[in-house]
Each structure stands twice: as C-alpha cells, then as structure tokens.
Write a protein that binds this ligand. Structure first.
Ligand SMILES: [Zn+2]
Length: 359
C-alpha cells in the first residue's frame, strides 16, 4: 500500500529546490532579533507571528511598493557578516527540516554593500553560513549558491566574475533578479558571454512579469541554461475548441531542448503571473512534459515551504508520489552541480525515498 500523501509524508519525501532567494526566506523571529542587534528601526511589528503575516499580506497586496518594502526589511537587517552567516545557516536548516536534500539558494551580493563589506566578504560570509547549516543538519542537505545581479543596476559582469571567482567554493551559477519589464536580459550580454567563455552555468528570471520576448532573449541571445519561472511560455501555446494543442516555435524549442522551468506556484499567484494554483500553467506544462520543476521563490513572503507547494499541487491537480518524484528528478537533472553528483543523488537518495513511499 502506498503511503497516503499527508503533509507529514510529503515533508519526509526527498525534495530538490532550484529557485529560492536567501533574502526571501528568513525566519520572522530572526528578522526581529537581527533588527534589534543592529538597531534597525523600521520593522512594522516585533511580534514574530504578526510579522510573518505582515510579510505575506504585503506580498499579497498587489502593490509593488509594499512588495519591495518586504525585501527592504530583510536586506536591511542582513547588513553584517554575522547576520549573513546566521541567515544562510538557518536557511540550510529550515530546508533540511522540510525534507529538501539539495537546494540552490540565490541572492544579490550588491544588496549588502551598504554594510561596508566588500563583495568578497559578503560571499564568504554566506558560504560560511551554508557550510555551518549543512553541518548542523548532519549533512542531510547540500546547498549550492547562485549569485544574482540586479537587473536595474549596471555592472552585471562584475557579479558574473565574482561567481566564477568563487566557483570552487560552492558558488555554482549566476542569475539576474529584480524588475523584468524594462530591463531585458540583453542589457548585459557581456556578462553572459563571459560566463559561457568560462564554461559557467546561469539561469535567468524570465517570463514572470514580462512575456515571450523576455524568454526568447534569455535563451537565444544570452544562452541561459534554465528559466526562472518561465510561466509565460504558455503564451506560445494555444488550445482549439476541440482540445487540440498547438505549440509555437519558442515553446517547442524550450520543450525539445529540455530547458528547465523553475516554477514557483504560490509566488506566481501573489504577483499575478497566475490566477490561482489550480489555474497555474504548471498543469498544462506538466501534461505536455516540459522540464518542469517546483520551487518556493520566497518562503517568508509566500508563507510557503517545498512541502506546502507540493501539498497545494496535490490538491489542485491530484498529483501523486510518481508525479512528485518526476518533478524532483527533473530538478536534480537540471541542477548546476556535476552530472556524477546529480546521478548519485537521484539513484541513492531520491529514487529509494519515493520507492519506499510508493511501495
Ligand atoms: Zn525569483
């Protein structure tokens, strides 16, 4: 008899996370304690439960100003080496407690320059935190780091070079984050060209707040390995009245090349990229066998975990253990670590974990 898909069983199942923001995943209690330590005066409340709710409501409000305010607070309290170490360690611990066995966590080092730290000091503090967090969980989880450049700022190449400089210290890739509309990925072609020349990996937030042109540029001009969100690829797919599906050339390219989609259902509903979980394009894209992965994006702002995302998908689409294993193997295949390490996790951790649940 397969194990029933209860929240606790979903939590125990091995999961792989590719799209999670460090500054979007703090514990409310930690935000409050760090604010107190550094004398940060702007938090809306110092009650942990109320603060957690405030973050979710602000992200839900449909107001970009309030949404950005949430990150002003989290980044505001992370402006020291000690804070970065602590937040990174706790992220590893929280993800491991949620049954995540491998995660790629991203952040933009330039957001912590106001602290007076150099970019190198920022990266080293976060790496120290991840290693500490991994050890604290008995190495139940492995964390890889992605460095983001902020799309609205100049100097993407500077961050790409930083990522390559720390590639042997656990930084395994690069991304651009921030406002998608108005800041196309082709603004920083030199960064992507540099990364390709260095045989480095990168993903690009595309097809969340902006549509097909953003996805097309990310793939065909920049050469991205994966798409952050990529939800709007459905704009290139039409369905006739008789139910037959037509896949356009770009969507066909994405599917045929197995370009991974880092889908973040709850976050997409909050930002309006999808109306509800049940209406999220993940259903269609999964039916059509795109390389779909499931992710959290910002655990604090969305009040979500990997387990709660899978529970929501189970409820909305009836996905069972076999589907959850498929999403998890998709994610592991799409990770930026070496193929030998990916295969080892698939064969030694993921498949045995699901075999037990399905037996
Ligand atoms: Zn994101």
């Amino acid at each position: 008899m397969p194990t029933p898909m209860t929240p606790e069983a979903i939590r125990r199942a091995p999961k792989v996370l590719l799209h999670d923001h460090l500054d979007g995943g703090l514990r409310p209690q930690t935000v409050i304690e760090l604010a107190d330590t550094i004398g940060y005066p702007d938090l809306p409340t110092t009650d942990p439960a109320a603060l957690g709710t405030w973050f979710r409501d602000a992200a839900d409000s449909g107001s970009l100003v309030r949404y950005l305010e949430t990150f002003a607070h989290t980044c505001g309290v992370m402006q020291s080496e000690q804070a970065l170490v602590r937040v990174a360690a706790e992220a590893a611990e929280d993800l491991a407690a949620d049954g995540v066995v491998y995660a790629e966590v991203r952040y933009a080092p330039e957001l912590f320059e106001p602290s007076g730290l150099s970019l190198e000091q920022v990266v080293e503090a976060v790496q120290e935190g991840f290693r500490l967090g991994e050890r604290n969980t008995g190495n139940k989880i492995r964390i890889g780091t992605l460095l983001c450049a902020m799309r609205q700022n100049e100097g993407w190449l500077r961050i790409a070079e930083l990522a390559v400089r720390y590639r042997d210290a656990g930084v395994i890739g690069f991304d651009i984050a921030g406002p998608e509309a108005g800041f196309p990925p082709t603004r920083g072609l030199d960064a992507f060209e540099y990364l390709r020349q260095q045989n480095a990996h990168f993903t690009i937030h595309a097809g969340e707040a902006f549509g097909l042109p953003s996805i097309w540029e990310a793939i065909q001009h920049c050469g991205t390995d994966r798409l952050g969100h990529g939800v709007r690829i459905v704009d290139d797919i039409t369905r006739d009245a008789d139910g037959s599906v037509h896949i356009g050339r770009l969507a066909g390219f994405v599917r045929d090349k197995r370009i991974p989609l880092e889908m973040c259902p709850s976050s997409n509903v909050q930002t309006g990229a999808a109306k509800s979980i049940a209406e999220h394009p993940i259903g269609l894209l999964t039916d059509l066998r795109f390389r779909v992965t499931v992710n959290t994006d910002n655990r604090l702002m969305s009040g979500c975990t990997m387990s709660s995302e899978f529970a929501a998908l189970h409820e909305a689409f009836g996905y069972g253990w076999a589907d959850m294993q498929w999403f998890t193997v998709n994610a592991m295949k799409s990770a930026f670590i070496g193929s030998d390490e990916r295969l080892a996790l698939i064969n030694e951790v993921i498949k045995p974990g699901y075999a037990e649940l399905m037996a």
